[in-house]
Design a protein. Structure first.
Lengths: 359, 359, 359
């Protein structure tokens, strides 16, 4: 693409030769000839001249540069938008690969592609332009919206509802049974049938090897725009609000309700039936054990507001100082007691805490 | 189903019109016309009249209700039993889907179903009425009992032994190599062949995307009735006792032995070669680093008895108070020292711990 | 195999009848007739005579034994080498199973085996003797070296580069999209195209249901000889050095750089963009939040050097003693204040910390 054309599409100000062709995008240090790079951090500007990049996106107001330049207030955003122009995911050929087993009752909208060796059960519907990769399974009665992408080896059980522009990565399992048992009169654990559904709303993205259990009754629901990283567990009857972000290896227990715009960092755990409000951030490896109202950053296991967590860590770090202070105090006490000892009857023995070892 | 018939099957006492038909089951607030609901918590009884439910299961001794009612001492259990009557999993049609690759030496008992695009290797045996879903793999020589259900995309390696009524959810991998290496004389890490097996006893349930490694020698074993949630890792040579429950994202390291009726909450970790007795509960995100005898609840990382854990948390919370107390003591000391100062030679400097910041 | 032959191959010293045949290998307590066992721990030597093992590998210098014996300085290593002689993984028959879908542009070296129902996309190359199991997916343009083994249901996306002797276990997903979004001017989260690659160097082993994301640009790279356990998450642009070990359920966030010979125990988390030097060990459930230079053992969340962690734990355990010490000090102070009380004006109230409850 010509740099001039790119400048227009990205709404950047062009400085220098707009006739050059840009073939690839790359980071500053990996860029080769014909590549477009970008600089976000002013510290990297000096590296610019040494880079092989043919052109560069930099921030408005940066010092001038010998290469053709696209100027913008948000160079990283412009670069990402350029990436989206250059690298559209492979358009799969519409149609059903002959090796796939698609039930005759399945209804496919226009331009749906189904890759090889997939299984699509009865009464499934798939919306326009959606791409179902190889070796995917879609269970009976599930509905998939338009412009979705299910990567190879995705598994969708029966009665799952998926909105538009949903992306599901390989190995994800959507709609497995919730983990529910009950002891009967004899104390034997019996399985609670899991007859609910999973609903993934529009613009949701689900990472590789994620598991989302169907509801016992009703629905497990991931609301519009929420992005879920790899290896996350979402239990039965969970509701995750809109525009959330859940990082890898987090686990959300049964019936948890999470508000909008919530961020869970990696390896977070949330116990069952807890409610989390809007705009909450939970730090990595934190464990949420009780309700969190809206807003705030929570850390630790059990999770507490981040200032309380930092106070706790600081407090533990001060224990050695505390012990030394006690030693000094005991010395001063002993000295005072010596000074007025004649007047006292039975001084307590000067047993020092600082000599006692840890339990 | 007629309410009268349901009352008999659930052994509930019927009050009101037994002739009405129940079509579905639902929670109280989701119930529509023709639905049977239930009330466990007396606080929800007032919502009963406003519900659209056609009939309701409530506890014996509850105040009378205008709807036809099933009375029982355990309304949730009765409801779950009703769920089991209403929602039997889809009976798969017995037979082998023609797209599956089943070795000629495989022995299938009566009424086995094998879905499309599955692979069943040589010398596998599968018991009566077991259902193998689509795109499943069963390795050479593995034996599967009766009335099992392997959901689509389950992977069972060679020489795995599975009892009766075992359920395995999609994406689970049973029998992958244990994680074992040894350095040779040159310090090069060589792979220890993993030539043992996995045994899943009767009534075990394995969640989606679980991994259970085969033993180095001998067997990794999950005993009768134990239920394992999604994304759990069971390493080589682990033994998990009967009737246990292991929640999502827990990891059990090599050669761990766990007793009967043990509960591990979510994201629990257990280091290798540790033994855990019967009837132990380990709380969410706890890390078990040494032997736990039978009984008790353990929390924290490293895990300690739950009272010790609570004492630790309380102790840390008291550190700010400790610091304030020290400040007061130092003031009183200084005041005393001032009062008798004439008689003392070299008073120690009044350095206060409370002015020293955290490290 | 004859014991004499085995002794030569393992370079052990043979004592006793070298003509006997060894059929299987087993642990001492599981060994049956015809089995070769081993003793590493001298405590187990007394059990040797009671074992049914036909022969045994023991350490040079052990007391003599009535069974035919192989003597060596490292009996476990010799046993593992014997395991490797006895149990070579099933040699798959070279060739492409007719049920697999292999693009005509795929280049296969000699003796490659591709199992049933796999999909190999355009421009893939696979090196000599590599075995691709059943139901595997290999995306467009990926390259796989010689002597690799991809177990059934492995998923490799496009443009992945895999070295020689790499083992990938079932359910692993190599090359899924990195988890990257950016807010545009309207605050809408847009997906950052993930156009980089994954490189797995020679002798890497990847566990079951592992996820390794492709780089945003450039490559996510696992260097030579590193072994990764089940259910591990490796995010985009991570580099893991040579000869490392990463245990199950660990998560490494985006752009983390890890040196050579690093060990991460189970459920470790590392925040994004952190660097870890060579020869570092991180303990189970630790959370690395900042740079770690080379060497050392790190524990806790946030992770600290292991001595600091142990001091922290010991310090918290001493808080109850601290409280008791304060109580004694306050008593001594009160006694002193009483003794010289006449000379003081306003003694501060004797408020005791030890009476204040936790918050």
């Amino acid at each position: 693409m010509q740099l001039r054309e790119l400048a227009e599409k990205l709404r950047c100000r062009l400085v220098g030769d707009g006739e050059i062709e840009v073939h690839h995008l790359a980071s500053l240090h990996e860029a080769g000839e014909g590549d477009l790079a970008f600089v976000v951090n002013p510290r990297d500007l000096p590296k610019l001249e040494a880079s092989k990049a043919a052109a560069v996106i930099i921030r408005e107001g940066s010092p001038p540069c010998s290469k053709p330049t696209l100027l913008t207030n948000d160079p990283y955003l412009a670069f990402v938008q350029a990436l989206r122009l250059f690298y559209t995911p492979d358009r799969a050929m519409p149609g059903i690969h002959p090796s796939s087993i698609v039930h005759e009752s399945v209804r496919l909208a226009e331009d749906v592609a189904i890759g090889p060796l997939s299984v699509v059960e009865a009464d499934v519907t798939i919306g326009r332009r959606s791409v179902v990769g190889a070796q995917v399974y879609i269970g009976k009665g599930s509905r998939i919206g338009a412009d979705c992408r299910l990567y190879p080896q995705v598994m969708v059980r029966e009665d799952v509802e998926i909105g538009d522009r949903v992306i599901i990565h390989s190995g994800a399992v959507i709609g497995s049974d919730g983990f529910g048992y009950l002891r009967d009169e004899q104390g034997v654990r019996i399985k609670i049938p899991q007859v609910g559904r999973v609903i993934l709303e529009d613009d949701v993205e689900i990472g590789a090897n994620v598991t989302i259990d169907r509801a016992t009754m009703g629905a497990t629901r991931i609301k519009r725009g929420t992005k879920i990283d790899n290896l996350v567990q979402i239990a039965h009857n969970v509701v995750v609000g809109e525009d959330g972000v859940i990082a890898a290896l987090s686990g959300i227990s049964g019936s948890v309700k999470i508000g909008d715009r919530v961020t869970l960092a990696g390896q977070v755990g949330i116990v069952d039936h807890v409610e989390i409000g809007d705009d909450v951030t939970v730090g990595a490896q934190a464990g949420v054990a009780k309700r969190i109202p809206s807003g705030g950053v929570f850390l630790g296991s059990p999770a507490v507001p981040h200032l309380a967590f930092k106070r706790s860590v600081a407090a533990v770090n001060r224990i050695p100082q505390l012990l030394m202070a006690l030693k000094r105090i005991e010395a001063r006490l002993a000295s005072l007691e010596g000074a007025i000892g004649k007047r006292r009857d039975t001084p307590p023995p000067p047993q020092s805490v600082s000599e006692a070892g840890p339990r």
